[in-house]
Design a binder for this molecule. Structure first.
Ligand code: PMV
Length: 323
């Protein structure tokens, strides 16, 4: 799988243009970010999506993907974000009525908190830009992807749309993203819990808890914000041990918000027992994935094995490179 790139290759002789995007994992600040707190996300290079696009010889737009193959007009509801992203991208290149053939190949599992819908929309938008021999400005790309995300998730904070488009870790707050300098290489193992997470349900649950007990939930959100900003400094200085202990504290706090479950807790315990510096659920929770920080590549291999032995149907290892 192609790593995310800001510049996609030029259209082929057959007139096919491509776009790529990678998955993401939230390292700190999920849920708190919904209330204006900062969050940190890391790119998952190697877990990506590719979109191939060309002008349609027929007077209709066709989409081919794992989920659906057929005309855009007959696409089922789960394809709504893709169609919305495609139309927004075509409008952004002043070609709103263009009919195209779109092929989407994604290695990113959906509903696992890995940003699959935002990554698909990003790859599609980049392919559209490439078809027109242009590149979208960051803000334009972000708006297109947010239009698709609004169809997918209602009112997303916007962190996914930035995180899948930026090649380095980001600190995100109230709509804005900045790249974080990385002091030392970080190796993460991501473990799938095997269960879908519903971000909308998790976000709704936190909101209900906050309405019922504003001071307790407010204090939890404030502490998550502190952890996030402290972790930004740790990433800059390359302090793995402290990042790990902050991950464990964040996982406990997220449990207090009601978004963990016994499967996620068991994977975090297994990661700690296997020598991870720390581990936590990532993204909306109530299913989805656990992210664990390993000491190095060798430790990551052992960690991945331990997480699979603890019930994770699959794991991925990913690195965040120093800058
Ligand atoms: O489940 P994901 O990775 O899409 O992350 C959702 C992150 C939340 O903070 C829970 C919601 C949001 O919109 O930021």
């Amino acid at each position: 799988m192609h790593n995310s790139s800001q510049t996609d290759p030029p259209p082929t002789a057959a007139g096919t243009a491509q776009g790529f995007a990678h998955a993401k994992a939230i390292l700190f600040g999920e849920h708190a970010v919904v209330y204006g707190s900062p969050a940190v996300a890391v790119p998952l290079h190697g877990l990506g999506v590719q979109a191939d696009i060309r002008r349609s010889p027929a007077q209709e737009t066709r989409i081919e993907s794992q989920l659906f193959s057929g005309t855009a007009q007959t696409a089922p509801e789960p394809m709504g974000p893709v169609v919305a992203g495609l139309r927004a991208a075509l409008s952004a290149v002043d070609d709103p009525d263009a009919e195209v053939e779109l092929l989407i190949r994604s290695a990113i599992p959906h509903s696992r908190g890995l940003g699959s819908s935002a990554a698909v929309a990003t790859a599609v938008a980049r392919a559209v830009a490439n078809l027109e021999a242009t590149v979208f400005a960051e803000e334009t790309l972000h708006e297109i992807v947010q239009a698709a995300e609004a169809v997918a998730h209602g009112r997303p904070s916007g962190i996914d749309a930035w995180a899948v488009a930026k090649p380095a870790p980001i600190r995100f707050q109230t709509g804005c993203a900045e790249t974080i300098d990385v002091g030392e290489r970080l190796v993460f193992v991501l473990a799938d819990s095997g269960h879908h997470g519903s971000t909308a349900e998790a976000v709704g649950g936190v909101r209900a808890r906050r309405d019922a007990d504003p001071s307790r939930i407010g204090a939890t959100i404030s502490r998550l914000a502190e952890l996030t900003d402290a972790a930004v400094d740790d990433i800059r200085s390359g302090d793995r041990v402290t990042i790990g202990s902050r991950m464990l504290e964040a996982h406990g706090l997220l449990g207090g918000l009601g978004v963990s479950n016994p499967t996620l807790d068991a994977l975090v315990d297994a990661a700690t027992a296997a020598g991870a510096h720390g581990a936590k659920l990532t993204g909306g929770g109530l299913g989805g994935c656990v992210l664990a920080l390993a000491d190095d590549d060798e430790a990551a291999e052992e960690l991945a094995e331990a997480l699979r032995a603890a019930g994770a149907p699959r794991t991925w290892t990913t690195e965040v490179r120093p800058t």
